[in-house]
Design a protein around this ligand. Sequence first.
Ligand SMILES: [Zn+2]
Ligand SMILES: [Zn+2]
Ligand SMILES: [Zn+2]
Ligand SMILES: [Zn+2]
Length: 177
Amino acid sequence: PSQGIFSPPGTGKLPSHGIFSPPMCAGCDTPISDRFLLRVNERSWHEACVKCAVCLQPLAGTCYSRNRQLYCKHDYEKLFQTKCSSCLKAIAPSELIMRVLENVYHVHCFYCCECERRLQRGDEFVLKEGQLLCRSDYEKEKEMLSAISPAPTEAGPARSLPMGKVAAGGDEGQRRL
Ligand SMILES: [Zn+2]
Ligand SMILES: [Zn+2]
Ligand SMILES: [Zn+2]
Ligand SMILES: [Zn+2]
């Protein structure tokens, strides 16, 4: 004896327009009783709920979705698009990339930041704060770094302000009980 009729929990009555429950908005999870709804990504949305999850701007025309959230092009690209760690430009999905740890580079951006020699597969290089260094430049830099590696120096006396002087009028230490 299944009737196939479901009323939305908590409403206590059947929706007035037949056996169809009002569509639920994928944005705010409440039924849509508006005259218009938007279909985005196979789901229904209140017109007002179709907005970017980041900048909250209403989205018209194109929108991007990921993990059930909608985004404007700008924020979507900022959040999800792969960017080259060297030129910081977006990498199209079809482009060839070089990947080092969590950094991704255009193939043509994959060069030593010192001598600008393209690094090839099999080359030795190091990644230093997102910058690529070929092995020999890294060795050079290491030598330089150790050459200027700071010896412990004393912090002062750069200033000649006398210490321990109490501001005029202060009677610290002269308090009499
Ligand atoms: Zn909604
Ligand atoms: Zn946005
Ligand atoms: Zn690049
Ligand atoms: Zn180099």
